[in-house]
Design a protein around this ligand. Structure first.
Ligand SMILES: Cc1ncc(COP(=O)(O)O)c(C=O)c1O
Length: 468
């Protein structure tokens, strides 16, 4: 069957996976009893359903009073069916607004640059599809693969400073992003200090700072746990301090919203996003009507909104986060034991265990063009567990028949742990399977691509076969 789906893990029938499905932690949450009870109360009205108002109230409750919608002529919460739809809304509308300013590099390369501590693949794809360049400014600890640093998701503030201090470059930056936690950079958290420094720098330059807030609560847990001065705060308090730093955020509710579907884009009234782009609100509402339906349901069922409201309440509880993150840490320790030799990216983040493919395949002679990460995920599927390559195939691209890796280089296989789904003993079986393949790594063949090598987001759709 693995061969029948062209070694593509995304195309393998989920019901045929006997072990752990660790493809993603996105939308794979087991909802709580309280969430299920809320689903039954879903108000399925077309316009202005109950869940919409409750969601807006919960945004203020979870993220802080600055997120209240005081100006009734101004909508600040834009609902979408998932995170990438919110990204698409933002970058489509912003792209159109900026197009009217008529800036061009003259050589076909994008004029506008969106810096980040690490854009996720969907964010990067939406940025590029709308004519922007996404630029990842990983911090030096991440680049050096430091195994002790606690906040390896941080942005390289000095790198951002260099970019913004040059007036010619500054005018090319419409906004800045921080992804919390940094999924592309190994699921690593961002410190509150880093958020504050990036925020101060952006605001000095009159620029909006945005969060990709997918795993905001997990990020807050790490701040409370490991950043000095926050141990006496609740997770809810840390979350509010984090969200004081930004002018807007987008979120896939499929992660720390604890639901199976949902997304939102939220703008702070009076923040730099609203001030710099006053046309954005109307543009986003128009976009929602075109692609998602009435803005008060945004492509979601009313019951989805009720589930998300309940999820946002649960996700900031210490008990939930202690359980969630400690399970991922124990799994990471097991995989580390099974592989050794620095294969697991450390420290382990909050939602996933990442295997460093460069370490995993060190000395085997397999080259990037043989996409060993694809071989590894296909063989793990044979062993009964589904993981995902987030490496030179997912993040690289093929330009005119030539493979161009991402810059900075990212080359991992990710085992993402769905929330409230598995027992430790299930994850132990996955760790053992990874260990067996590590022992046998010399015998793992490369793959060749049969279909899709030059397509955007190619890892979702490509077909491969093992090389002889
Ligand atoms: C950091 C990050 N941003 C954005 C997204 C996109 O969200 P969605 O899958 O809901 O479109 C994801 C999904 O995995 C993500 O991890």
């Amino acid at each position: 069957m693995v061969e029948a789906v062209g070694l593509n893990v995304f195309k393998f029938p989920a019901r045929m996976i006997p072990g752990c499905d660790l493809l993603t932690d996105s939308g794979t949450t087991t909802m709580t009893m309280r969430q299920w009870s809320q689903l039954l109360l879903g108000d399925e009205s077309y316009g202005s359903n109950e869940g919409y108002f409750e969601f807006k109230e919960q945004v203020v409750e979870t993220f802080g009073p600055q997120w209240e919608n005081l100006d009734k002529d101004f909508e600040n919460v834009f609902l979408f069916h998932q995170g990438r739809a919110a990204e698409n809304g933002l970058f489509t509308c912003l792209g159109r607004i900026l197009e009217t300013r008529g800036k061009s590099t003259g050589d076909g390369r994008p004029w506008y640059i969106i810096p980040s501590n690490g854009h996720f693949d969907t964010t990067m794809a939406n940025i590029e599809a709308n004519g922007f360049e996404g630029r990842n400014l990983f911090c030096k600890e991440a680049l050096a693969k430091d195994r002790q640093a606690r906040f390896k998701g941080n942005m390289d503030v000095a790198g951002l400073e260099v970019l913004l201090d040059d007036p010619k470059m500054r005018e090319r930056v419409p906004l800045v992003y921080l992804t919390i936690t940094n999924n592309t950079g190994g699921g690593q958290p961002v410190s509150l200090e880093n958020m504050r420094r990036v925020s101060e720098l952006c605001h000095t330059h009159g620029l909006p700072l945005m969060f990709d807030a997918c795993r905001f609560a997990e990020n807050a847990w790490f701040i409370r746990q490991f950043e000095q001065g926050h141990q006496d705060r609740s997770i809810a308090e840390v979350v509010r301090l984090m969200f004081e730093q930004v002018d807007g955020f987008h979120i896939s509710l499929k992660k720390d919203g604890l639901v199976n579907i949902g997304g939102a884009l939220v703008a702070k009234e009076g923040g730099f996003l609203s001030k710099n782009y006053p046309e954005l609100q109307a543009a986003l509402t128009g976009h929602q009507v075109l692609v998602e339906g009435h803005p008060t349901y945004g492509g979601l069922a009313g019951r989805d909104l009720k589930g998300a409201v309940e999820g946002l309440k649960t996700v900031v509880s210490r008990g939930f986060l202690d359980y969630r993150i400690s399970q991922v840490q124990r799994f990471g320790a097991r995989v580390d034991e099974a592989c050794g030799a620095d294969v697991v990216i450390k420290p382990v983040g909050g939602h996933a265990v990442y295997l460093d493919l460069d370490k995993f395949f060190e000395g085997t002679g397999l080259s990037d063009e043989q996409f060993p990460g694809i071989s590894l995920t296909a063989l793990l599927l044979v062993a009964g567990h589904r993981l995902c390559e987030l490496g030179v195939y997912a993040f690289g691209r093929n330009v005119g028949g030539k493979e161009v890796p991402s810059e900075p280089r990212v080359n991992n296989v990710r085992a993402a742990v769905p929330r409230l789904c598995y027992e430790d003993i299930d994850l132990r079986a996955a760790a053992e399977a990874i260990g067996v393949l590590y022992e046998q790594r010399e015998g793992i063949p490369g793959v060749e691509v049969e279909y899709g090598q030059d397509l955007p987001m190619r890892h979702f759709v490509s077909r491969f076969r093992f090389k002889e």
